[in-house]
Structure formats: structure tokens, C-alpha cells
Design a protein around this ligand. Structure first.
Ligand SMILES: Cc1cc2nc3c(=O)[nH]c(=O)nc-3n(C[C@H](O)[C@H](O)[C@H](O)COP(=O)(O)OP(=O)(O)OC[C@H]3O[C@@H](n4cnc5c(N)ncnc54)[C@H](O)[C@@H]3O)c2cc1C
Length: 164
């Protein structure tokens, strides 16, 4: 049910979406002392909702629910969309989009967004790539965060070449 809450104090910023992008933005803004409203279209999940590790025999359709293909013909092309978790992925029938060229848009509606099922490969950007057109400020900020371990990457800016 839609809840309308009128906060006493206004927000300094509104972030839409709690995925890696919105979540990170909210973290940085709140750390800087701002009052932030984070809007999320998906439902909140608890540790009980992490069902990916269920075995086929623990699922009603043994991992082959016909609803996945029927309701999510695009999402089900993603290896991660399975009977154990498909409800986090958008219903393609209810969320159509234009494809001038074939494009599989994998989307989730859940607190945390796609970070709830990403593959945990976190490549460190090279200093060379960050410097290209972006100036040194971005490069310095990125490697400062790497040193703090905040962005999941490790290392320093002496590394050249491709992300790794
Ligand atoms: C199966 C899978 C594996 C992946 N593996 C990797 C990997 O190993 N390494 C890697 O770097 N990347 C990986 N990725 C990509 C990575 O997960 C995404 O690029 C990243 O999580 C996207 O974050 P985001 O915040 O930009 O978007 P999302 O995570 O999609 O977040 C968007 C959020 O906005 C919410 N939202 C949407 N519309 C509205 C609205 N109108 N109002 C309010 N909220 C709204 C959604 O519910 C969602 O929570 C993977 C992706 C998938 C699907």
C-alpha cells in the first residue's frame, strides 16, 4: 500500500534507486552530512530472501517453473534468473521497452538492485584509463578510495594497461 510520509525536516538530496550507483551516492552524500531520501521501487529483502542456493528439489517446479519463461522472456536469458529468485527480476510483460536493435535489458526491482546477484568480479581501473579525458582529480579520488578499501578495488595508480 502507498504510504505518504511528510518528514519534519526537508531532505538535501533525493537518490532514486538503491543499486550500486544510488547506494554509493547515498553513502557519499550522508557521509558528507546531507539528509538523503533514498527511493527504491523494489521490496526490502532480509537474509531469508537469499534463496539462490536452494537445490532444485527444494523448489516447487524443480527449477523449471514455466512462469519464468512466460513472464520474463528477456530476464530468463540471464543465467542468474532462476526459479529461486526470478521475482526480483522485472516482469518483461509489464515492463516492455523498445528494441530497435536486439538488446537484452536485465533489470531487477529489489533493494540493492543488481548488486543482489552480481558475479562479484571487481576490476581495478588502470590509472591510464582514468586519466584519458577525465583529468587527474578523478584518478586521485579513485585511488584514494582504493587505498581505503571502499570501492572494493585494491592497488595503486602505478598500474598501467587494462582494468584488471
Ligand atoms: C547476473 C549479473 C551479474 C553481474 N556480474 C557483475 C560482475 O561480476 N562485475 C561487475 O562489475 N558487474 C556485474 N554486473 C553488473 C552490475 O551488477 C550492475 O552494473 C550494477 O549492479 C548496476 O548498478 P546500478 O545501481 O547502476 O543499477 P541497478 O542495480 O539496476 O539499480 C537500479 C535500482 O533502481 C531501482 N529503480 C528502478 N526504477 C526506479 C524508480 N522509478 N523508482 C525507484 N527506484 C527505481 C531498482 O529497483 C534498482 O534497485 C552483473 C549484473 C548481473 C545482472
Amino acid at each position: 500500500m502507498l504510504q505518504i510520509i511528510s518528514p519534519k525536516d526537508p531532505f538535501d538530496a533525493i537518490v532514486v534507486g538503491s543499486g550500486a550507483t544510488g547506494g554509493w551516492a547515498a553513502k557519499k552524500l550522508t557521509a558528507a552530512g546531507m539528509r538523503v531520501a533514498l527511493l527504491e521501487a523494489g521490496k526490502k529483502i532480509t537474509p531469508r530472501d537469499f534463496t539462490e542456493h536452494k537445490r532444485a528439489w527444494q523448489l516447487p517446479y524443480l527449477g523449471m517453473s514455466p512462469k519464468i519463461r512466460q513472464e520474463r522472456p528477456i530476464q530468463s536469458l540471464c543465467y542468474a534468473c532462476r526459479e529461486s529468485n526470478y521475482e526480483r527480476f522485472v516482469n518483461d510483460r509489464e515492463n516492455p521497452y523498445t528494441q530497435e536493435k536486439p538488446f537484452h535489458w536485465i533489470r531487477q526491482r529489489v533493494l540493492g538492485g543488481r548488486s543482489m546477484s552480481w558475479g562479484r568480479q571487481s576490476y581495478r581501473m588502470s590509472g591510464q584509463r582514468l586519466s584519458a579525458g577525465n583529468g587527474d582529480d578523478l584518478r586521485r579520488a579513485y585511488f584514494a578510495e582504493s587505498r581505503d578499501g571502499q570501492n572494493g578495488a585494491r592497488g595503486d595508480d602505478r598500474t598501467r594497461g587494462y582494468p584488471h
